[in-house]
Design a protein around this ligand. Structure first.
Ligand code: DGJ
Length: 729
C-alpha cells in the first residue's frame, strides 16, 4: 500500500518507488504539509517546522496567548482564506451570509485501493498492472459547513502522485466559489529554486523559460478560454543548480483545457508556495446546498535526475495512463498527408484523389481532407457549424470519395472545428442564441468566427449528432479536431445573470461531454487535436487524442525548438510533425529527420513533387515505419539545447532494453574551419558494445556517452544525420 496513516503522529505518508510525500493533522487540526522528495521512512517530519513569534503574523483564536503558531509561517497542505495566512490562497468562497472566509480543519480521512474518479472532468486511470491507492482528506469549515475534499492517488511504480479537489456545500445557503486550486505545495526552503514554464505564441508554442524565485508572486496562466499558445498548464520547480541530467525537479501538470493559473510565491521567510488550478478570472461559481464542485486533476512527479528524469516520468505515465485510444499502444501510426498547405480551401474531390495518387508513391497511408469540405465554405467567412458535405466540391459524395481513396490502399481522414460558428451559416441563422455574444454589444471577431456556447446542452447534443452522422456514414479512419480562436464575449443565454461567472468552466465541461459523445463512441477512429497549431496542447485534450498538432509552423529549424519544449512533459508519441514546403533551404531529408521526432506525415501538394522527391519521401516514410517502435515507445533524450547557441541540435530515442537507439543530429550552423564537434549519447549501457549504422566497428556505450560520436563537419548547412545504434551481444 502506497499510503500509510500513522495514528500516533497523525501523519499521512504517500510512497512511490522513489519518492515520499507527507502531511499531518497538526496543531488545532490544521493540515500541514511536511515533505515531498526522495523516499524517506520517517513517520513524522514535523520537526522540520520551527515555530517563532513572528511579528505582525496572526495566530488562530484557539491558540490564546500562544503567539508562535501562525498559519502565515506554517507549510500548509491547502492554504485557506482569512486564517491569518496572507500568502496565495488555494480557495476563496463567498458564503451565504456574505462573508469571504473558509476555515478548513481536518475532520476525516479515507484510504482506498484504486484511483479516485472525477465525474465531470477527464483524469488519468490505473492500468491493470498498476498499484494505485487513493487518500481522501476532508477539511471542514464548521460555521459555513463548506467542505473541501483533498484527493490523492499514488501510482507507486510510475513515481506519480495525482491530486484533485472537490468542494461540497453541506450548508443550507448557496455559496459562491471565487477561487479553487487543485494543488498547493509548500516548500520550507525555496530560496534557491527556479520556475520553468513553457510560454509561447502562435507558431512558436512551448518555448522554454526559466526564472529564479524572488520575493513576489510569479504567475503563469491563461485567460483566453483555453489553455492557449501563450502558456501551457505545466510548470517545474527545480533547484537553481538543476540541469538536464542532475538536480531536484518537481513537475505539475494540470489536466484542464480552459483558463488556468499557477502561482509561485516566495514568502518573507524564503518558504515557497505553488498553487495551480482553474483561473479565478471570469470564474464565480454558485454551489447550492448539497451540491459538489470538482476541480481538475494535477499530475505531480519528482525526479533527482534533472529535466530528463522528470520528462521520462511524464512520458512513461502519459503513454500508458492518460488516453484510452487503442492507437496509443499500436506499433504503427499511419503516415498521413494533409490537404491544408497543399490546397487550403481550394479543392474538390478530383484534386483530393490526385493528391492521394501522388501520395501513394510517397508511402503515405492516410489522406486527410482539411478545412473547406462542408457547408458553402470557400474562405473563413462562412459555414462553421454546418457539418454537411459541400456538394459543389465533393461532387461524388463523401462515401464515394472515401471509397476512391480506400481503393488506392489508403485510409481517409477529415477535419472539424466543432466549437465554432460562422455568422454566415445555417446554424447561426437558425440559432443565433447559441453563439457566445453579450446581449446588446458587438462581439470580438477572430478569424471572422464566433464561438458556440458549449455550456448549453442543446449545442452539445447538436454537435454530437451532426458530427457522428458524418463519421457513421463513410469509412472515416481519422479526425483532426481544430479550434481557431480564443474566447471573448463570455456569455451564455441559457444562464441567469448571477451565473455568468460559470460560463468559461461550463464551456470546458460541455466540450469534454461532446468529446465523450464523439471520440469515446468511435474507438476505431484515430483523433488528432489541433488549435491553430498547438494552442490547446494539454493533458485534458490528450486524454482524448493520442496525438496533437504541435504547431502550424512547419519550418524544420523552428521545429527543433518546438519539439524540444513540448518534450519537457509530453511524449514524442503525441507530437504531430510533418514535412512541408516551409524552409526551402532545408533539404527534404533533414525535414524528414525532424518530422520523425513525432507522428510523421506530409503537409504539401504531393502532385508538385518530382519523381525523385516522391521516391525520397517513400524512403523516409519507410524509415519512419522501421524506427516507429523506437520513436514512439523508447526513452527520448534531449542531447543539446536549441535555445543555446551551438552548431548542432541532437536528440535520441533509446529502447527500454537499451539494445537499440536512434540518434538524430541536425547541423544548424557551421563555423568556417571550426573545431570538431562530438555528440554524446545518453541512455546506453556503459559496458555493452554497439554498432553504428550496421558497420563493423564496435563502440562501447561508455565511449559513445562520454567521448561521443564525431560528427562530420565538411557538410552543407542543415545536413541531417541519423545514426542507428545497435547492441552487439
Ligand atoms: C488551423 C490548423 O492549425 C491548420 O492546420 C488548418 O487545419 C487550419 N486551421 C484550417 O482552418
Amino acid at each position: 500500500m502506497g499510503i500509510i496513516y500513522n495514528e500516533t503522529y497523525r501523519t499521512w505518508t504517500l510512497h512511490t518507488r522513489n519518492t515520499s510525500y507527507q502531511m499531518k493533522a497538526g496543531n488545532l487540526d490544521y493540515l500541514l504539509h511536511l515533505y515531498y522528495g526522495p523516499s524517506i521512512c520517517d513517520p513524522d517530519m514535523s520537526y522540520q517546522i520551527r515555530q517563532y513569534d513572528r511579528g505582525f503574523s496572526g495566530n488562530p483564536y484557539e491558540s490564546r496567548n500562544e503567539r508562535t503558531f501562525s498559519l502565515d509561517a506554517q507549510p500548509q497542505e491547502f492554504s485557506t482564506q482569512q486564517q491569518g495566512d496572507f500568502r496565495v490562497s488555494s480557495i476563496e468562497v463567498v458564503n451565504g451570509d456574505g462573508s469571504h472566509v473558509f476555515h478548513g480543519k481536518t475532520t476525516d480521512h479515507q484510504i482506498q485501493k484504486g484511483k479516485y474518479r472525477l465525474d465531470t472532468l477527464p483524469s488519468v486511470f490505473a492500468g491493470k498492472d498498476d498499484t494505485a491507492d487513493t487518500l481522501q482528506i476532508t477539511l471542514t469549515d464548521q460555521i459555513s459547513k463548506v467542505q473541501v475534499l483533498l484527493l490523492y492517488s499514488v501510482f507507486e511504480e510510475a513515481d506519480i502522485i495525482t491530486r484533485a479537489v472537490k468542494v461540497v456545500n453541506q450548508g443550507d445557503q448557496p455559496v459562491h466559489i471565487k477561487k479553487i486550486m487543485s494543488v498547493c505545495l509548500d516548500f520550507l526552503n525555496g530560496a534557491r529554486m527556479d520556475l520553468v514554464s513553457l510560454p509561447g505564441r502562435y507558431g512558436q508554442e512551448r518555448q522554454v523559460e526559466r526564472q529564479p524565485m524572488t520575493h513576489h508572486i510569479h504567475t503563469i496562466g491563461s485567460v483566453r478560454g483555453f489553455s492557449s499558445h501563450q502558456q501551457n498548464p505545466f510548470v517545474i520547480l527545480c533547484d537553481r543548480e538543476a540541469t538536464e541530467d542532475h538536480g531536484d525537479c518537481y513537475g505539475f501538470s494540470l489536466m484542464y483545457s480552459g483558463n488556468f493559473l499557477a502561482e509561485a510565491e516566495l514568502d518573507q521567510y524564503d518558504q515557497l508556495r505553488l498553487v495551480m488550478g482553474i483561473s479565478p478570472k471570469q470564474f464565480f461559481y454558485q454551489l447550492n446546498p448539497g451540491e459538489m464542485f470538482e476541480g481538475p486533476e494535477v499530475v505531480m512527479a519528482f525526479s533527482e535526475h534533472g529535466f530528463t528524469g522528470l520528462s521520462h516520468l511524464y512520458h512513461d505515465f502519459y503513454r500508458t495512463n492518460l488516453c484510452e485510444s487503442k492507437y496509443v499502444q499500436k506499433v504503427q501510426r499511419p503516415v498521413l498527408i494533409n490537404s491544408w498547405e497543399a490546397a487550403f480551401m481550394d479543392f474538390d474531390d478530383v484534386k483530393l484523389v490526385e493528391i492521394a495518387k501522388a501520395a501513394q508513391k510517397m508511402g503515405v497511408d492516410l489522406l486527410v481532407m482539411d478545412d473547406g469540405w462542408f457547408g458553402k465554405r470557400d474562405d473563413d467567412n462562412s459555414s462553421l457549424g454546418d457539418w454537411v458535405v459541400n456538394q459543389d466540391k465533393i461532387r461524388c459524395g463523401l462515401d464515394r470519395l472515401v471509397e476512391q481513396i480506400n481503393d488506392l490502399g489508403m485510409k481517409f481522414g477529415i477535419w472539424f472545428e466543432p466549437e465554432m460558428v460562422s455568422e454566415d451559416s445555417d446554424l447561426y441563422r437558425a440559432h443565433p442564441e447559441w453563439a457566445m455574444e453579450i446581449p446588446g454589444r458587438k462581439g470580438v471577431r477572430s478569424r471572422n468566427q464566433l464561438a458556440l456556447d458549449m455550456s448549453r446542452k442543446e449545442v452539445q447534443d447538436y454537435l454530437i449528432k451532426s458530427i457522428n452522422q458524418i463519421l457513421d456514414n463513410a469509412n472515416i479512419f481519422y479526425v483532426k479536431w481544430d479550434i481557431n480562436r480564443s474566447l471573448a464575449d463570455i456569455w451564455s443565454n441559457a444562464l441567469p445573470a448571477g451565473q455568468q461567472g460559470e460560463v468559461c468552466h461550463r464551456y470546458i465541461l460541455g466540450l469534454y461531454r461532446v468529446m465523450d459523445g464523439i471520440i469515446k463512441t468511435h474507438p476505431d477512429i484515430l483523433f488528432e487535436g489541433c488549435s491553430g497549431g498547438g494552442g490547446r496542447y494539454d493533458p485534458g485534450m490528450l486524454h482524448y487524442y493520442p496525438q496533437y498538432w504541435v504547431s502550424d509552423n512547419n519550418h524544420p529549424i523552428d521545429r527543433l525548438k518546438l519539439h524540444y519544449g513540448t518534450s519537457f512533459v509530453y511524449p514524442v508519441s503525441t507530437m504531430g510533425a510533418h514535412i512541408s514546403d516551409s524552409g526551402r533551404l532545408v533539404p527534404l531529408k533533414t525535414k524528414a529527420v525532424v518530422a520523425m521526432c513525432g507522428t510523421f506525415g506530409y503537409e504539401l501538394d504531393a502532385t508538385h513533387l518530382t519523381k525523385e522527391e516522391q521516391a525520397l519521401c517513400r524512403e523516409q516514410s519507410d524509415l519512419f515505419r522501421k524506427y516507429y517502435p523506437l520513436i514512439i515507445k523508447g526513452d527520448y533524450y534531449r542531447l543539446t539545447n536549441p535555445f543555446e547557441t551551438g552548431n548542432m541540435t541532437a536528440w535520441a530515442h533509446v529502447s527500454k532494453d537499451k539494445k537499440e537507439a536512434l540518434l538524430s543530429v541536425i547541423v544548424t550552423n557551421l563555423t568556417c574551419n571550426g573545431p570538431q564537434e562530438y555528440i554524446r549519447m545518453k541512455g546506453l549501457l556503459p559496458n555493452a558494445f554497439y554498432t553504428v549504422n550496421g558497420k563493423e566497428e564496435l563502440y562501447s556505450g561508455s565511449a559513445l556517452m562520454h567521448a561521443g560520436l564525431p560528427i562530420e563537419r565538411e557538410v552543407p548547412e542543415y545536413t541531417a544525420f541519423q545514426f542507428h545504434i545497435q547492441r552487439r551481444d
